[in-house]
Design a protein around this ligand. Structure first.
Ligand code: AMP
Ligand code: FES
Ligand code: ZN
Ligand code: ZN
Length: 311
């Protein structure tokens, strides 16, 4: 197979685009996709301070790499979740990437800052680890970006993530999450920072190919808590459909953005007020994060106060 651009031997085949690229043209293709997404959804401009949430996995490391290559002096934020060896390897890999490029990395250690790890929280709250973990991530990405003066938080969500989330939202007719699902979520309150997903048109496999060709070392294993998660079931189902009918994943998600989303925009927005404990926007008296934290602290020692900034 030959590269669509230069007819040299192809390194990556993209069946859903009916094309193939050599290594340099494939890297161009990914960079162009990201640049197009950033522009189309007005995610950020050269003047904005971008904070990339970096897990140590392929998507967020590739995103950070792409932003740095495109000339954005993006900083990274890594949350140390305390999920055994998986978290240790994730932190080491993220740190090595930042050191290599001389990029600023903010590390936030859940245990020393908050007094609990994700597994500990799950034991205390008697809930699956992923629910507390997701709440921590959403809250801390926003809070840390806000406190440190960033304009926007970028995450590595790819097309597989977005299509699987959409499938879950549609299967259970979760209308509020459906309304909020977007490649770019504006800051609708002074306490909220804009959230963007610049890789939402690229698949998991495409991001793995990017890392491979760029020599980016990433953590290949999934979080051990993800075993049996519904998102994996939906991803498998979508991959089976995609194998028979290339392009379906993209059509599913892009069709949602183009056709259904405009119809949902008119729906009433919820009114936000400030959490009585932390001041972050919430619909109730106190926010879900503070309620979770209060319950967890009853069972944990007092947390420390500072986070560590490298670079
Ligand atoms: P996940 O929620 O694991 O599907 O990850 C979605 C996105 O959240 C990733 O692409 C990252 O941008 C971000 N993310 C996940 N885990 C972490 C972490 N421990 N620290 C910082 N960002 C993370
Ligand atoms: Fe949060 Fe797995 S990364 S529970
Ligand atoms: Zn080529
Ligand atoms: Zn709060």
């Amino acid at each position: 197979m030959r590269c669509l651009k230069c007819r040299q031997k192809a390194a990556v085949e993209l069946r859903r685009h009916n094309s193939a690229f050599c290594s340099p043209h494939y890297l161009d293709f990914v960079a162009t996709q990201m640049a197009r997404n950033v522009k189309r959804h007005r995610m950020f401009g050269p003047q904005d301070r971008v904070l990339v949430a970096v897990s140590g996995g392929k998507d967020s490391l590739a995103l950070w790499d792409l932003l740095l290559e495109a000339g954005y002096p993006a900083s990274g934020l890594h949350l140390r979740l305390g999920i055994g060896d998986y978290s240790l390897r994730s932190a080491q890999t993220t740190r090595a990437f930042a050191d290599d490029r001389g990029a600023q990395l903010i590390e936030f250690d859940l245990e020393s800052e908050m007094g609990f790890t994700v597994p500990k929280l799950s034991n205390i709250l008697k809930r699956p680890p992923c629910s507390g973990c997701g709440l921590n991530k959403r809250y801390l990405f926003n809070k840390i970006a806000l406190d440190r003066g960033f304009d926007v938080v970028a995450t590595g969500h790819n097309l597989d993530d977005e299509a699987a989330t959409l499938m879950g939202n549609v299967l259970h007719w979760q209308t509020d999450p459906l309304r909020r699902q977007s490649p770019a979520l504006a800051a609708s309150h002074p306490g909220l920072v804009k959230k963007v997903k610049p890789l939402y048109t690229l698949t998991e496999r495409e991001m793995a190919s990017y890392c491979l060709l760029k020599g980016i070392d990433y953590v290949m294993e999934e979080c051990p808590n993800a075993t049996g998660a519904r998102s994996i079931l939906y991803k498998d189902a979508l991959n089976r459909i995609e194998a028979q009918s290339p392009g379906s994943k993209q059509q599913f998600f892009q069709g949602f953005l183009d056709r259904l989303k405009p119809l949902l925009q008119g729906e009433a927005a919820v009114e936000l007020r400030e959490c009585a404990l932390c001041g972050q926007p919430t619909t109730g008296e106190t926010c879900a994060f503070c309620r979770m934290r209060e319950r967890a602290e009853k069972h944990s020692p007092k947390p420390g106060t500072t986070s560590k900034v490298r670079g």
